[in-house]
Design a protein around this ligand. Structure first.
Ligand code: HEC
Ligand code: HEC
Length: 308
């Protein structure tokens, strides 16, 4: 008995669904390829026309149709040889092993081979300081591969971020842009915490502070009178974290509000939303998953996007 075992019910559930699907696809192909009564002759117009484009009754190209049949045959052969039909393990006895935790499984062997091959390379890279590594094209290529695997889902494949996920390719940092700050962000993760101020400020108060925030960023859409009214409230409620001059505080991850760079959007509505509801972005830590050496190489890659 192991985790891979499933109950008889789920076993048959998977088997029946899988086979019924394949049979269904076969039937669908046959059905769509069939001639219908009342159909016009092959190659002639059906009489349908859209914006002067008329439809002809042409059959699917043969090779195309055969490709569908081929995929069905392929699927059946695959399901005989490899696991796929519930508990049936396949005639080749192959398994990826990460579910079975078998030491000599293909998965473990591949892992070990990769470790033997890349281990010394990562160890050598980890000896180099991040700014040096950030000039090394091999290290950067490796860092970029790691980045695309582990980070791009949140920060984007170009590292320019998305709403709620900071841009890592500019020189604006919430938690610091020094090599060690970047490494800490990646290794330990970060947990931001800005409370909401909707209740303490009231609707008009939020509006006024928001205009003051716009003004701090030098935005032309800041309403002067409102901004002025917001300033005192800013000093009372916000300066403790974002600084008296709006310069931010890296220790808390409180971003500078003077650069007109926004993780959550720079529209008046987005800024009001932040002030009203607060924000609590979470960057997961990667030390455990990737190990110190890979985190080091990743840090060099991120640093290289923007050396200061
Ligand atoms: C307890 C500390 C703290 C206080 C007080 C605080 N903030 Fe924040 N603020 C933060 C942190 C931390 C973030 C980053 C949140 C995140 O990344 O999820 C943030 C984010 C923001 C953002 C979003 C910036 C962006 O990039 O989109 C704005 C705008 C903002 N704060 C304005 C204010 C205003 C205005 C006040 C006062 C009403 C205020 N904050 C009070 C800590 C604070
Ligand atoms: C699940 C989404 C997610 C993934 C995956 C993720 N991040 Fe993040 N990351 C975030 C969020 C959200 C923040 C901002 C946290 C906050 O609000 O302060 C962040 C912040 C950061 C920061 C700090 C930015 C600053 O301005 O100080 C760095 C550096 C960073 N991430 C690098 C990475 C790297 C490298 C990876 C891949 C190993 C990665 N992140 C993977 C969501 C993610």
């Amino acid at each position: 008995m192991n985790e891979y075992d499933m109950s008889t019910f789920w076993h048959w559930w998977v088997v029946v669904l899988t086979l019924a699907n394949i049979a269904g696809i076969y039937w669908l192909i046959r059905w769509t390829a069939k001639k219908r009564p009342g159909e016009v002759a092959e190659g002639s117009e059906t009489g349908h026309s859209w914006d002067g484009l008329s439809e002809f009754n042409n059959p699917l190209p043969r090779w195309w149709l055969y490709m569908f049949y081929f995929t069905i045959v392929f699927a059946l052969i695959y399901l005989v040889l490899y696991p796929g039909l519930g508990r049936f393990a396949g005639m080749l006895g192959w398994h990826s092993g990460n579910m079975l935790n078998v030491e000599d499984s293909q998965y473990m062997q591949e892992r070990q081979r990769a470790e033997e091959r890349f281990g010394p390379i990562f160890a050598a890279m980890a000896e180099q300081p991040i700014p040096v590594l950030a000039e090394d094209s091999d290290a950067l290529a490796t860092g970029r591969r790691l980045y695309l695997n582990y980070c791009s889902t949140c920060h984007g494949s170009d590292a320019r971020g998305a709403s709620g996920f900071p841009n890592l390719a500019n020189d604006f940092w919430q938690w610091g842009g020094t090599p060690s700050a970047i490494q800490t962000s990646i290794a330990q993760g970060r947990q931001a915490n800005m409370p909401g101020f909707g209740d303490s400020l009231g609707e008009e108060g939020v509006e006024e502070v928001a205009h003051y925030v716009l003004q701090l960023s030098g935005r032309p859409d800041a309403d002067e009178a409102r901004a002025e009214a917001g300033q005192a409230r800013y000093q009372m409620f916000c300066a403790g974290c974002h600084g008296q001059d709006g310069g931010g505080m890296e220790m808390l991850g409180a971003p500078a509000l003077t650069e007109n760079v926004w993780t959550y959007g720079g529209s008046l509505a987005a800024i009001k939303h932040t002030i009203e509801q607060g924000r609590a972005g979470v960057m997961p830590g990667f030390q455990e998953l990737l190990g110190e050496e890979r985190v080091h190489v990743l840090s060099a890659y991120i640093y290289s996007l923007n050396p200061d």
